[in-house]
Design a protein around this ligand. Structure first.
Ligand code: SAH
Length: 345
């Protein structure tokens, strides 16, 4: 089925031509869809006959918020959305000093198989359509009443495994006739699909690239991230370099600190060696414990010592605040819980 909400203004214009309608209506329709209308009758500046034709041929789908959890500690809100086909994805709204940020999902499930991640436990169900990513931003804004200025593609799924749809989503959400969110306010996180990093770099978008590194050696990374067997560090790091050379955007490396796996001072040294010469920023994330996994978070002291070692070696490293820890805010957890509950009924 064709979804108008995944289409650009020129594409909607083409489609209207086929219906003998003037092209200027494309922009009107686009604007309405990007305001989150539920049906064509809300598009009051369109003729009734056109509204009826469109309603018949191109149903408007909107997600339903089946769960909403708000952190009492920091105002983080997590939504679980039910999509038109019954699948669920999560979105998290975080309130940072620089603006409200949504963390969106890019796929239903994931096929990357990282050992510490709840999103991948049931495998990949399907990629999300561009409009389903847009809807997460749009309806989080509408349901919360909070204006969204920043987006991170760090929810369920691997964005580079769904690149064409992700690129279309970026174009849509960046549109001045839609939500108009600046590319500079968008970050994309990947576990390291090298050819796709190159493809993205060639487009020279102004988005930030984050790499889920989580290990400074192939040995460690192979243990926790199967993707490393396909794209080991000696391929991943040069790809990061190429991305930097094309875009001049500093690369962010995410590093989940796992007790006894990747958190020693020797590991910090190895990480410094690995990142030598690359404009980089390391984001240390205390591991969120996932019920099904034996991996445990590093101690606060180990995280602090690791950070200090990196800084001493000349690499900026921050420790990510764990927002929403009282509401299962790390991605994949709420969806799993909900799916299990509804399966048991
Ligand atoms: N697939 C992409 C996007 C997911 S982003 C990627 O891998 O980057 C989600 C981020 O959270 C990734 O850095 C992921 O490695 C990290 N993550 C997943 N499970 C986690 C956990 N239990 N604790 C801490 N970080 C986790």
């Amino acid at each position: 089925m064709k979804h108008l909400k995944s289409m650009t203004i020129p594409e909607i214009g083409e489609l209207l031509k086929g219906l003998n309608q003037p092209a200027f209506r494309a922009k009107q329709i686009f604007s309405w869809l990007h305001k989150g209308v539920q049906g064509y009758d809300e598009m009051t500046n369109l003729p009734k006959t056109l509204r009826d034709t469109l309603a018949e041929q191109f149903p408007i789908c909107v997600p339903e918020a089946v769960r909403r959890q708000e952190s009492q500690k920091d105002g983080t809100i997590k939504f679980l959305w039910k999509l038109a086909d019954g699948n669920c994805v999560e979105t998290v709204l975080m309130r940072y000093h620089y603006g409200n940020t949504v963390c969106i999902s890019t796929e239903v499930g994931c096929r990357m198989g990282c050992a510490f991640c709840a999103s991948t436990l049931g495998g990949l169900v399907r990629p999300l359509e561009p409009y389903e990513m847009l809807d997460q931003v749009l309806f989080t804004q509408l349901e919360s009443g909070l204006p969204i200025s920043h987006i991170v593609l760090m929810g369920i799924g691997e964005p580079l495994d769904n690149l064409p749809n992700v690129l279309r989503f970026l174009e849509l959400v960046n549109s001045p006739d839609g939500m108009n969110i600046s590319m500079r306010h968008i970050s994309l996180s990947t576990c390291g699909l090298v050819p796709k990093i190159d493809e993205l770099g060639d487009l020279k978008l102004q988005i930030s690239l984050a790499i889920s590194l989580h290990g400074p050696t192939n040995e460690i990374r192979n243990r926790i991230m199967p993707v490393n067997k396909a794209y080991p560090l000696e391929e991943l790091l040069p790809a990061c370099r190429r991305y930097y050379d094309k875009t001049s955007r500093r690369i962010h490396f995410e590093y989940a600190m796992i007790d006894g796996v990747n958190d020693s001072l020797q590991n910090a040294d190895q990480l410094l060696q690995l990142l030598k010469g690359l404009p980089a920023h390391v984001n240390l994330i205390p591991l969120n414990h996932v019920e099904e996994s034996p991996l445990k978070p590093s101690s606060k002291a180990a995280v602090a010592a690791f950070q200090k070692a990196l800084e001493k070696g000349g690499v900026t490293a921050t420790v990510r605040r764990t927002l929403g820890s009282d509401i299962d805010a790390s991605c994949g957890q709420l969806r799993r819980k909900y799916t299990r509950q509804t399966e048991n009924h």
